[in-house]
Write a protein that binds this ligand. Structure first.
Ligand code: ATP
Ligand code: MG
Length: 495
């Protein structure tokens, strides 16, 4: 089992035995200094080879976790997992071993060439000073002699994000670090120091050399932060968002015509994302909130007598989501989930009136399937009025709609409900042929169950069937007799 104390002892032991040093670095140390409880991974930098050290570690802990080697980078990961009742594995903790290294980047790609160097050199190549602090690991745990060549601890105190090197160099080497700046600002509540901030605006077009997968992964980490608008405004104000999601920038602006203004859709959208972040950790649903009005700029028109209109923006929005999703290399399922929510986000509002019949409610239920709750979460978050009275009233309307939906689902369940004694069995036991009498018997059993006369199970339905069947058979006989007499009468020639 995973035990941090034991991990220190083992790593410290190996270091002592081999006469090399091992350090904890990166987010783990930063979070520790911030007394932040979110430790899920530990980056370890060792003198020499990362892979070799990881193999020694694996031997000593005797297969508590599993070892994954990345020989191109001379790094290795050691993963601790647990299994749930269904046999799915979940990562509990990850160790990453890297040799003290400097990565030399070539201009056109960000694939580093790894060469072994010192710890100091390793820290120099990190993204931010707050992530470039090392603490030695010994058999008794973490040592107190902090290696902090860029005053990261002071920056943690001051809540500042700053690059260890000239930001133009740090960002140009790996432009994804610019997105990480926005994410950390949002996640940690830090301010980006102004030289670093200006460098993002200056270097933003370098993001082109980063793969869309990495961009999307980092962007979703930003959306996963408690108040995503902090990071979103940084991406917007520096222009970095235009490198991968320019559609969002298009939302900005307010136009006025004949004294009519529409709301600023960028400001509204970012507020909706913050609202939804209070309601759900589902990052795709948060992304749907960011996309919900994305069709507005393309459908905007001024209609005399009505003012500003964005008719059918949910349809255009669905198309844009598909374009964006493909561009960001999202999976098909994820794209369709977001597209579905964007397509239907206007619908619930139109179902608020008291007079609305069941069928449009049913249509929504059928179209959204398992995602109806998510749609309602989006709709509730879409209310950005500053007026607390209006907010309360609109949220109440959604509660009412939710009740309505539950009622329709219940009704439909009852409609699909069937007598436990089926038609075939009724025919078999009575000798009746398929026809209205069989239907009547079945209906009678169903009514008895629905009225609570008998319980909803087969045995009770069988007993009940036995008590009522003769009545119907008698009627059926009489009816058939009548039918025969009628036929005889009709077949008599008219005289
Ligand atoms: P968290 O785990 O909370 O997301 P973190 O700081 O641990 O934050 P990771 O992505 O786990 O972030 O990376 C671990 C460390 O590796 C970072 O603290 C940083 O020192 C370094 N690092 C990660 N990605 C980069 C990068 N693109 N450029 C430079 N250094 C990086
Ligand atoms: Mg980490």
């Amino acid at each position: 089992m995973f035990d941090l104390g034991k991990i220190y002892t083992v790593i410290g032991g190996i270091a002592e035995e081999r006469g090399i040093r091992a350090y904890a670095v990166g987010g783990f140390v930063r979070d520790l200094l911030m007394r932040r409880e979110s430790v899920k991974d530990l980056d370890v930098v060792v003198e020499g080879s990362g892979i070799e050290f990881a193999r020694w570690f694996d031997e000593k802990v005797e297969a508590e976790g599993s070892l994954v080697e990345f020989s191109d980078f001379d790094t290795a990961r050691y993963v601790y997992t647990t299994e749930d009742e269904e046999g799915h594995k979940h990562t509990v903790f990850e160790l990453e071993f890297a040799g003290a290294r400097s990565e030399i980047y070539d201009e056109l790609s960000r694939k580093p060439k790894v060469s072994t160097t010192t710890l100091h050199e390793d820290l120099t190549r990190r993204d931010f000073t707050v992530n470039a602090i090392a603490l030695p690991i010994g058999v008794n745990g973490l040592g107190s002699e902090v290696v902090d060549p860029f005053d990261g601890a002071i920056d943690i105190e001051k809540k500042i994000l700053r690059t260890p090197l000239d930001p133009d160099i740090t960002f140009s080497e790996d432009p994804l670090r610019m997105m990480r700046a926005a994410r950390f600002a949002s996640q940690l509540g830090f301010t980006i120091e102004h030289h670093t901030y200006d460098a993002i605006a200056r270097n933003r077009s370098r993001l082109k050399i980063v793969s869309k997968e990495r961009i999307c992964e980092e962007f979703f980490k930003l959306l996963a932060t408690p108040v995503p608008s902090v990071g979103l405004y940084i991406l917007y104000n520096t222009g970095l968002i235009n490198e991968f999601l320019p559609e969002v920038s298009e939302l900005n602006g307010v136009e006025e015509l004949y004294g009519h203004q529409h709301k600023n859709n960028l400001v509204h959208t970012f507020k909706v994302v913050d609202n939804i972040a209070e309601r759900t950790d589902n990052v795709l649903l948060r992304f749907a909130a960011l996309m919900h009005d994305i069709g507005k700029p393309g459908t905007k028109s001024f209609v005399p007598g009505r003012g500003w209109a964005f008719d059918m923006h949910e349809h255009l929005g669905k198309k844009i989501v598909r374009d964006v999703g493909r561009r960001l290399r999202m999976s098909r399922d994820d794209i369709e989930y977001v597209a579905l929510l964007v397509r239907w986000h206007q619908q619930p509002i139109s179902l608020m009136d008291e007079g609305v019949t069941d069928s449009p409610v049913r249509r929504l239920i059928v179209n959204l399937e398992d995602h109806l709750q998510d749609l309602l979460t989006l709709c509730r978050s879409d209310i950005t009025t500053g007026n607390p009275y209006k907010l309360k009233k609109r949220l109440k309307n959604y509660d009412y709609l939710e009740k309505r939906i539950a009622e329709v689902i219940e009704k439909d369940k009852l409609r699909a409900f069937q007598s436990p004694v089926r038609g075939e069995e009724i025919m078999e036991r009575t000798g009746l042929r398929a026809g209205p009498t069989v239907g009547k018997i079945k209906k009678r059993i169903e009514d008895a169950i629905l009225d609570g006369e008998i319980p909803h199970d087969y045995d009770a339905a069988r007993v009940y069937f036995d008590t009522i069947k003769d009545e119907y058979l008698r009627n059926a006989e009489e009816w058939e007799r009548g039918e025969t007499e009628l036929k005889i009468q009709n077949s008599k020639p008219n005289v």
